[in-house]
Design a protein around this ligand. Structure first.
Ligand code: ADP
Length: 804
């Protein structure tokens, strides 16, 4: 037998050591950590361990696992309270069998050490059975997966099962080995104190309290407390079954909040408030997480701040109304790729260069996850971003919360977007509706939809107005029929029959309005679709009375134009003949002198000896007669075609120019010519012959039109300009036609000069003579660009001489 002491061993007195060696029990000392610092040989032999060799053995290693927990506890409390404690526990014999011992723990004055003396118990059979029962009970409790505790009637912890040890973090997850050395009994105060306060007598009870979980977070527990009584009725223990109710509390809270928030969504609360509330939920459930929501504009080009209650205001500035593609930060990335972006350690990524990265650095946030919120059509509608100081894998509970929150945010954002889109569409619709009404009003066109067979009709506002019907009136074909002009009623009925047969129609009819006015209406209808087998018509009714009047006026204008042209042709002819007469006169006077010379010769013949009187006289008579006749012809022609002096009226050149433009408007339209006029205001009047001057202008306009007929590839524009130059009033017709050569400008005015197949070549020469007759002049010049300008100017009416 030997005494085994390790280096720092106490006791040091050899006598004491001998005493201890000869005591009839197992003796050892433990230090503050529970490590055996001394033991006698009996313990070594009993346990089969050479404690001298195996240093730093925790004394729990010789204890039965079921007893270790509370036995170690007792040792600690003996050490703390410096009082003597006696407990029963099983110690492992060298053959592996456990024997019951009475352990007496005595604190040593020296440095928190405890001296243990274990005496083997030779208990009665019934005691043993009792202990076995107890041991079996503990084994059972230990096998429970629910944390369970045994508490003494004095509210001290006696035993904690493995699940409890794991929950509190005294046993690593999944570990079966006992690791009691670092157990902090005070942790159990979180249950002991409320229990002490709560437990009255021996009733079972349910106690709720918060305790710190192995992961460091406080969690709510709900404990079933059952008092364990002896046969005698004496309370031996409280049995405590701990239920971790944090998850179900969270779930209930989350569910409650979900209902509340979904209710907000259903009531149409703007998404900003809903998102704010969702952030608060996350705050409550995962306090170390910072979260925010960004929404995307309807065109998905811009971010809008949704909610970020706990983030500094700079965060808003980074995103609110900023382009989604502005920089490649996590939120933009997630929005564009529609995939969640996770940054576990910001400083290690190039995200730190982005505006959001800079913000995170400045706020010591190293972890971020940007989750896209997708619309039902798969487009990004928003972003849910969560930020943390450092990366922790999201726990299943946290993931669930984040998922639920993102889901509800999606519903809310989606709803807001729909509402926005709806409002936008409604505004657009109202605008286009207003436009349609205005357009119908301006064009005097009403519209209708009609199911003739069923007698169902929808009329536009303008429809009612055109037919002069009360807007409150139920639409019906009969109401329209009442307005139809009696003479057109048959036509109208025939068209309705065509409609019933499913044919479209396009016809003009008259209606009589309540003020007895007759209006011309053009009705147009087409089958657009069928409901069952009856055709549905859509169509328009247009009040074409004004157009018809204008057309009639135009027709009258055209007739007038025709007449004007005929007159011009007449005058042209007259003027031509007048010009011809001049040349004929010139031509005729030459032969006349010849005739006269012949007559003289004839006279000379008569003077011959003998004179041939008879033939000479005949010749002379014939000659004289012809001469007289020729002279008479010339005279008569002159008399007939001699220009009468023009009727001199006060004339506004602008006014007659406008009249000519109106007359030639149709010609221009047909030839796709655009007329522009630059008629000077305040133009002084001229004195002249209205018809003649109109003929001149018409001639110039027609020449301009004809010069542009063949032109392709440039605008055909005709410009009519008037101006005043000192005492003269000038009118120019500028065309963009074939143009003239600079040196042929004068030839245009020569009579019979023409380049046209059917031209007479007298229009310009007559025009010039008319203008000259008015004391003016006329000339043509090639334009700088394409085309020609023909101008005339005539003197203005002299202002009235001041009366003396
Ligand atoms: P007509 O039109 O019958 O030929 P006009 O005396 O009016 O007779 O015109 C004489 C000619 O002058 C035309 O054939 C044409 O060659 C030329 N002419 C007249 N006006 C223009 C014009 N605006 N541009 C180019 N050539 C013109």
């Amino acid at each position: 037998m030997s005494i085994s002491l390790n280096e720092e061993a106490t006791p040091t007195e050899p006598d004491t050591a001998l005493i201890l060696e000869h005591l009839p029990g197992l003796v050892w000392t433990t230090d503050a950590t529970g490590t055996i610092s001394y033991c006698n040989t009996r313990l070594g032999e009993y346990a089969g361990i050479d404690f001298g060799m195996s240093r730093s053995s925790h004394w729990a290693s010789v204890l039965h696992p079921d007893d270790a927990m509370y036995a170690v506890q007792y040792g600690q409390s003996a050490r703390r309270t410096k009082g003597h404690t006696v407990i029963n526990a099983r110690l492992r014999r060298n053959d592996g069998e456990f024997r019951w011992f009475e352990l007496s723990a005595s604190p040593l004055a020296d440095g928190g050490k405890v001296c243990w003396l274990a005496t083997e118990l030779h208990e009665s059979a019934s005691d043993r059975t009792q202990e076995e029962i107890e041991s079996r009970f503990r084994r059972f409790v230990n096998s429970l997966s629910v944390p369970a505790l045994l508490i003494t009637p004095a509210f001290e912890l006696e035993f904690a099962n493995q699940a409890a040890l794991r929950w509190y973090g005294f046993l690593p997850e999944g570990s079966e080995q006992e690791a009691l050395a670092d157990m902090e009994p005070r942790k159990f105060d979180e249950i002991l104190l409320p229990l002490k306060a709560h437990m009255k007598g021996e009733q079972t009870a349910v106690v709720s309290y918060q305790a710190q979980h192995a992961d460091g977070t406080p969690r709510w527990l709900e404990a079933q407390v059952v008092p364990i009584l002896e046969k005698s009725g004496e309370l031996t223990n409280y049995f405590v079954l701990q239920n971790d109710v944090q998850d179900s509390r969270d779930a209930a809270y989350l569910l409650g909040k979900e209902m509340e928030i979904l209710d907000m969504v259903a009531r149409g609360t703007p998404s900003a408030s809903v998102l704010q509330e969702l952030c608060n939920v996350v705050d409550d459930l995962i306090p170390d997480l910072l979260c925010c929501f960004l929404e995307l504009s309807l065109d998905r080009k811009f971010f809008r701040m949704g909610a970020a209650p706990r983030l500094p205001s700079e965060f808003r500035e980074i995103f609110d109304r900023k382009s989604v593609a502005a920089d490649k930060n996590a939120c933009s990335f997630a929005a564009l790729t529609k995939k969640a972006v996770e940054i576990q350690n910001l400083v290690e990524t190039d995200h730190s260069n982005t505006s959001m990265g800079q913000f995170m650095l400045a706020n010591k946030l190293n972890y971020c996850r940007a989750i896209p919120i997708l619309s039902p059509y798969g487009n990004t509608a928003g972003i849910f971003a969560i930020l943390r100081q450092q990366h922790f894998e999201l726990k299943p509970r946290e993931l669930q919360i984040v998922d639920r929150v993102a889901h509800i945010a999606g519903i809310s954002i989606d709803r807001t977007r729909h509402e926005e889109a709806l409002v936008k569409r409604e505004t657009q619709f109202k605008r286009s509706q207003a436009q349609l009404v205005a357009a119908q009003r301006i064009s005097s066109t009403g519209s209708f939809t009609s199911d003739i067979q069923r007698g169902e009709n929808i009329w536009s506002e303008e429809f009612y107005r055109i037919f002069d019907l009360d807007p409150e009136l139920e639409p019906s074909i009969d109401a329209v029929r009442e307005r139809i002009h009696p003479e057109d009623l048959e036509l109208f009925n025939v068209e309705m029959q065509r409609g019933l047969a499913g044919e479209g129609s396009d016809f003009v009819f008259r209606i009589i309005r309540t003020d007895a006015s007759v209006r011309f209406i053009r009705g147009l209808a087409k089958v657009t679709h069928y409901i069952g087998d009856h055709p549905i018509f859509m169509g328009t009714v247009q009040d074409i009375t004004e157009t018809k009047r204008a057309e009639d006026a135009l027709r009258r204008g055209e007739e007038a134009l025709l007449k004007a042209r005929e007159e011009l042709a007449y005058v042209s002819r007259a003027m031509t003949i007048s010009a011809l007469t001049t040349s004929i006169a010139h031509e005729v006077s030459q032969p006349l002198s010849g005739i006269l010379a012949n007559a003289n010769a004839c006279v000379r013949l008569l003077a011959l000896d003998p004179p041939d009187i008879a033939s000479a006289a005949d010749t002379a008579r014939r000659t004289i007669r012809d001469t007289m006749r020729a002279t008479e012809v010339v005279k008569r022609l002159r008399a007939m075609f001699n220009r009468q002096s023009p009727a001199m009226d006060e004339i506004d050149l602008n006014e007659i120019a406008r009249e000519v433009i109106a007359l030639s408007a149709r010609d221009m339209r047909e030839r796709s010519i655009v007329l522009e006029s630059g008629l000077a205001s305040g133009l002084p009047s001229v004195r002249g012959d209205r018809i003649q001057l109109q003929q001149v202008i018409l001639n110039l306009v027609l020449n301009g039109i004809e010069a542009m007929v063949e032109i392709e590839g440039r605008p055909r524009r005709l410009l009519v300009l008037t101006s005043r130059e000192e005492e003269m009033v000038t009118l120019s017709i500028v065309d963009a036609g074939v143009g003239i050569a600079a040196d042929s400008a004068e030839r245009l005015f020569e009579p019979f000069f023409t380049t046209k197949r059917n031209g007479m070549g007298i229009g310009l020469s007559i025009s010039r003579s008319i203008i000259e007759n008015h004391g003016g002049s006329m000339w043509a010049t090639p334009n700088d660009g394409p085309g020609t300008t023909v101008t005339f100017s005539i003197p203005r009416t002299p202002p009235l001489a001041p009366s003396v």
